[in-house]
Design a protein around this ligand. Structure first.
Ligand SMILES: [Zn+2]
Ligand SMILES: [Zn+2]
Length: 392
């Protein structure tokens, strides 16, 4: 197979698919049109297709000619509540919604890769599960896992690409270990005793306690945890009080813990426990009570050594070792839901190009993809799958 030639022949189709998704963006769990196009395309290839997995998700199974492991390849489908400011012929027609995170490109790349891989199934020792996932921006992956996407056949390894504007087109980042951060949402309610601001001795001010907690918990990152294991404690919402001369009864805090390591209760860092300890200590000191609640938004995306080395070799061959750059971000990515017990790699394909104006940050109203990066993504997908499922 002359892969480059096949991709060139499919270039127009690749770009048309991406532009069509771009023009009709749909928010998480509302990807009905998107989902139908994907399922029809994959059925057209002769694959076994499951529709409506986790509401709008699509899963297609490609059985290789020979027995072997099953590789999961994932693309995300959702757009964002952003009003597009680009002046392009395929500008979003759904006002207030936009593909501003390159998921339109992810879907197009994986569909075209599926087409090429299907044509080459006589060379595959094992299966490929093409997974098109809804609502990445708000933890949609776990619903696909709950609906059994990792079973029948059981998934042995997983890969995914994020097109990434902070990295220039022609460059990539493929690295072992943590690449995207975990996020826990926390909610804290401090209860004191209301009263008159002129007579604080008869009240217990929860606002002062909240202030101590906000400041005190910053020491988790700066003084308690190894600074080489990045941790962010952010308070995004502080709510209390009704009037300037009343000490309120309660104060509510909400925020996020983000970290680039596995921060569970068995870990050395244990960020949740440390935050709760600070809350407990300060509340006891000032005679307030508290309630605290944590919710896991996503785990850290941590890349397996072997899977990453397979993909990295291909990337190095494709763009040159000098164009493989280190990259990590504290931003979250729910691909981690698929990979809790499965070796995987999640990597970044650069698509930033200043001249073309494709270097805006993700989620920006002027975000756009350098479409030259799409072919790189297709080639990476195809070659990674062929290598993992090749004759051993
Ligand atoms: Zn995003
Ligand atoms: Zn994204």
């Amino acid at each position: 197979m002359d892969l480059k030639k096949e991709i060139t022949l499919l270039k127009e189709e690749l770009i048309n698919l991406r532009r069509d998704f771009h023009q009709y963006p749909e928010l998480g769990f509302e990807e009905f049109r998107t989902s139908a196009i994907i399922a029809d395309y994959l059925e057209g290839l002769g694959l076994e297709v499951q529709r409506n997995v986790a509401k709008t998700g699509v899963v297609a199974l490609l059985k290789g000619e020979y027995e072997g492991p099953t590789l999961l390849m994932r693309a995300d489908m959702d757009a964002l509540p952003v009003t597009e400011e680009n002046d392009i012929p395929y500008k979003s027609t759904n006002i207030g919604k936009m593909h501003a995170c390159a998921h339109d490109g992810h879907m197009a790349m994986l569909l075209v890769a599926a087409k090429i891989l299907t044509k080459n199934k006589d060379k595959l020792y094992g299966n490929i599960k093409f997974v098109f996932q809804p609502n990445e921006e708000d933890a949609g992956a776990k619903y696909m896992v709950e609906e059994g996407v990792l079973e029948n056949p059981k998934v042995d390894a997983a890969v995914a690409i994020h097109l990434w504007s902070p990295i220039e087109t022609g460059k990539m980042s493929v690295s072992v270990g943590p690449v995207m951060g975990a996020m826990d949402i926390f909610k804290i309610k401090i209860t004191g005793k209301g009263g008159h601001t002129a007579m604080p001795q008869y009240a217990i001010d929860p606002v002062i306690v909240a202030a101590q907690i906000i400041m005190g918990s910053q020491t988790i990152a700066t003084k308690q945890i190894n600074p080489l294991t990045p941790t962010i404690v952010s308070f995004a919402k502080v709510a209390s009080g009704t009037s300037s001369n009343i000490i309120p009864e309660t104060c509510e805090l909400e925020g996020t813990l983000r970290y680039l390591y596995k921060g569970g209760p068995d870990s050395e860092e244990r960020p949740r426990e440390r935050l709760e300890k600070i809350v407990k200590g300060i509340c006891e000191t000032f005679d307030t009570t508290y309630e605290i609640e944590f919710q896991t938004s996503n785990f850290t995306v941590s890349n397996d050594k072997e899977m990453t080395s397979i993909v990295r070799k291909i990337a190095s061959d494709l763009v040159g070792e000098e164009n493989l750059v280190p990259y990590q971000t504290m931003a979250g990515e729910d691909f981690s839901e698929f990979t809790v017990d499965i070796p995987s790699t999640f990597y970044f394909v650069g698509m930033g190009n200043k001249e073309k104006g494709t270097d805006y940050p993700h989620h920006h109203p002027k975000f756009n993809i350098d479409e030259d990066a799409l072919e790189i993504g297709v080639e990476m997908h195809v070659r990674s799958a062929m290598e993992y499922l090749g004759k051993k």
